[in-house]
Design a protein around this ligand. Sequence first.
Ligand code: CTP
Ligand code: MG
Length: 228
Amino acid sequence: MNYEAIVLAAGQGKRMNAGMNKQFIELGGEPLIVRTLKVFDRDEWCARVVLVVNPAERSRFEQLVVRFRIKKVAAFAEGGEERQHSVYNGLQALEGRGIVLIHDGARPFIHVRHLHELADAAARYGAAVPAVRVKDTIKKVDGLFVEQTIDRSSLWAVQTPQAFRLSLIAEAHEAAKREGYLGTDDASLVERLGKPVKIVEGDYRNIKLTTPEDILFAEAILASRVAE
Ligand code: CTP
Ligand code: MG
């Protein structure tokens, strides 16, 4: 099953505190974004990648694509103010009418096996997201006092790539834009339409590099892969 991918790299990486966009941080000698793009490059189901970047950084990304011989990046789209705006711009650069996977450039530890599971589930149900069961007990807090403990058995932490039928996610983004709704992930825009979103059991190693300690976790994950 073929799909197109939108890979998001237009953030600023503020929480990483690296003095640059975290996409350029090197992990085992390769920039983070290169590691992420290489997985899509290896996946024969992936027809093309739209890479969403800030215009000021575009030439730097273009150079990486050439230097690391990334083949699937077929188009660039311009990043927006918020992640949702970046995705919206990415959607405009898609070609097909089939399945789209929307992925954070900052999650390099995805597996082709998962990409396929997600694409298949999206074709079947319309929308599918990778998620892992929450391990910690989650409490709702108000002013640093506990308000409520939420039943953990129904809580899942959601990751990317999130997979959709293109027609559905395009409709969801148009509706959100029209109604001024800003969500924290793409699936939530589909949920607003009352449409189902299928959970695909994900992998705890599919971390998003967000804060400096995530570099340590990422290095450990890399080392474990080399050992395998
Ligand atoms: N992203 C994007 N456009 C934005 C904001 C985020 O393309 N306006 C991308 C980031 O580049 C990242 C992914 O969305 O790959 C997930 O966002 P996040 O982890 O929050 O990254 P940043 O926004 O870069 O980091 P921070 O919030 O700490 O500034
Ligand atoms: Mg952000």
